[in-house]
Structure formats: C-alpha cells, structure tokens
Write a protein that binds this ligand. Structure first.
Ligand code: GLA
Length: 344
C-alpha cells in the first residue's frame, strides 16, 4: 500500500517571537508544501529527497537525531525518536518549500514524516510531537507556531492563535488581498543561539512580571534591565498589534492591517533586534511601492523572508502564496497541492 502524507509550509502575517511567550500570532498555512510518499514495512526508515542531497537511512528509534547526516535527515530522525513507530518506511520526499527562508520547510517535513510513519491523533498532538522533534533535531528551543499552523491550516483563511490556550480561530483572507513572500537573499545566520538568547530574555521578563499574555505596559517598569525590558515590550506591543490586525483583516481593512505589519517590523528591528540591514531595506522598498499595504520580516528573523500584504498583481517578485489546508495523509496517493510562484 502506497502512503502519501502532505504538510504545508507557513507564513506568519504578524506576531513573531510571541509563541514561546504564550502570546498571539496570525500565521497561515501556504500552498508550498512537502510530501512523503512510500511504502510502510521493514525495520528501517529509508528516504531520499527529490530536492536535497543524500539518502536518509535510520533505525526506528534513532538515538541522536542532531548527529544525523545529511542534515535534513535530522528532522526525520527527530520525528522517529518522538513517534517510535513499530514499522519502517521506504519512500521519497518531495518539497516545494524553499529551505532556510522562514517558510517552515522543516515543520512541513516533520508533519509529513509523522503522518507517513503512522501518527494518528488530533492536530494539536501532531504539532506538539513535531515541535519536540524540531527541538531535538536542531537544538533550537522553538515555539509551536510553525507546526501548529501546518497542522491546522484552513484554505483561504489565516489563523489567529493564542499560544496560552492553543486556541486556533480562523479569519478569512479578505477578497482583493494578496500575500507575497520575498526572500531577502540573506541566509538566516546565527538563528539558533540568538533565538535561544531571545527566548531566555523573554522568560526572564515573565519571571518578573508574570505571563506576557496578560501583562500591560505599566508592568514593564518592574523590569530593571533595559535590554530585557525592550524584549518584553516587543512581546506586549506585538500581542496588541495581533489583536488589532485580526480585527482589521476580518473587516477587510487592508490599509490598517498593513500599517500594523510595518509597526511590527519596527518593533522586531528596534526592541527585539532580530532584523538585519538587508531585511530593513527590503521592507522599506516594498512599503514604498504603490499597492503594498505593509511588509515585515516573517519568522525568526536574522535573514530569510519578508511578507507583504498587497493589492493583486502589485509585485512581480517572490512567491504569491495562498492560504491552504493543513497536513493530511492521503490514501491512495494523489499529487500535492499546486503552487504558484511569481517572477521565477
Ligand atoms: C521560528 C520558530 C517559531 C517562532 C518564530 C518566531 O519560526 O520556529 O516557533 O518562534 O521563529 O515567531
């Protein structure tokens, strides 16, 4: 029996570095994704990739996922270590998600692998398992946004996620809105250690003032360290922007939504310090383009992609992405969702 599992990448419209702080974000699953296709059986997991080099060959319970070569196999190994499947799998990985760009190619690979290896259960459990797999594989203490978005995606809708409760609401992408992802040309650098530093700073602030989900700006005065205070201020103001963005988006106010995206970028640049001069210049150029309502870095930052909210047909670069359904196991095999790339 051929198994075909598919999981989408994601783009985050607003709300970055809020997930591990129990905050809020509005991501959407996109029509770029990863398929794992093959036959269950045997006692090893054997996968090759149509896009990436090397053959991944693993036992059912890999002991050290972070040491696996080729490196994309670490995510497969992380999933196997968490899932502990009873039978092996031999197949192929096909992906349309660009690697290392902030569109969650690793989450898409993790979810598609988990479903192919036999995971059965609710979307939140799938996401949590794959978050643990990502942490094991990469050593980065990531939040759950990428995996939860890939698991819970809804066609034509963005998701409003509250990371304290893991409640996921859907908000329709307004008619006449286009979401375009543009790569800065800068590979993400130092993302691992800088990400862990930021997370530690946010946790230090929460230890002083309690959950940043419920704190208000006055609470920041109780944080003496000016650097930690700025990190917490980003999370607080970002949560407020996410709430306002969800309102604007659901009422079709693209100008208001775009303004909030630009403010989010400024906060990530100035208070959270995860932008780069290249990302800043790209956001500035896009925001100055007629028909672009707003733009911001998306994902962890330190390079990678920018997301822009535009009128249709405004930009002739990057990927125009559509909000798409979440991860699924298809039986019998059928082709993955189509993709649209502009200016390729
Ligand atoms: C990465 C992580 C997510 C999230 C974003 C920043 O994508 O995997 O959990 O923290 O960075 O918002």
């Amino acid at each position: 029996m051929t198994v075909h599992a598919y999981a989408p990448g994601r783009v985050n419209l607003i709300g970055d570095h809020t997930d591990y702080a129990g905050g809020l974000a509005v991501p959407m699953a996109i029509d770029l994704g990863t398929s794992v296709v093959g036959e269950p059986g045997g006692e090893r997991i054997v996968l090759h990739s149509e896009q990436l080099d090397g053959l991944v060959e693993l036992p059912l319970r890999p002991e050290d996922p972070a040491a696996v070569e080729p490196t994309w196999g670490r995510y497969v190994a992380g999933v196997a270590a968490e899932l502990q499947p009873d039978v092996g799998f031999t197949g192929v990985v096909r992906s349309t998600v660009p690697v290392g760009s902030g569109l969650s190619s690793s989450a898409a690979l993790e979810l598609a692998t988990a479903l192919a290896l036999g995971f059965r259960g609710p979307a939140r459990e799938l996401a949590a398992l794959c978050q643990r797999a990502e942490q094991r594989a990469s050593g980065v203490p990531c939040g759950i946004m990428d995996q939860l978005t890939s698991a819970c995606g809804v066609a034509d809708h963005a998701l409003v996620i509250d990371f304290t409760t893991l409640a996921v609401e859907r908000v329709p992408v307004p008619a006449g809105a286009e979401v375009v992802v543009v790569h800065s040309g800068e590979a993400r650098a130092l993302a691992g250690s800088a990400y862990a530093d930021r997370r530690a700073q946010v946790e230090a602030a929460a230890a002083l003032i309690g959950s940043l989900h419920d704190a208000d700006p006055g609470d920041l005065e109780r944080v003496d360290d000016p650097l930690v205070r700025r990190r917490a201020r980003h999370v607080l103001t970002e949560n407020a922007r996410v709430r306002a963005f969800a309102e604007a988006f659901s009422s079709g106010d693209l100008i208001g939504a775009g303004r909030l995206m630009a403010q989010s970028h400024a906060s990530l640049r100035d208070d959270f310090e995860v932008s780069t001069p290249t990302l800043d210049a790209l956001v500035e150029r896009l925001c100055a383009t007629t028909g672009v309502h707003g733009a911001r870095l998306t994902g962890a930052g330190f390079g990678g992609c920018v997301v822009a909210l535009t009128d249709p047909g405004t930009l002739d670069e990057g990927w125009t992405v559509r909000a798409s359904a979440g991860a699924t196991r298809l039986n019998p095999a059928s082709p993955p969702a189509g993709t649209r790339r502009r200016g390729a």
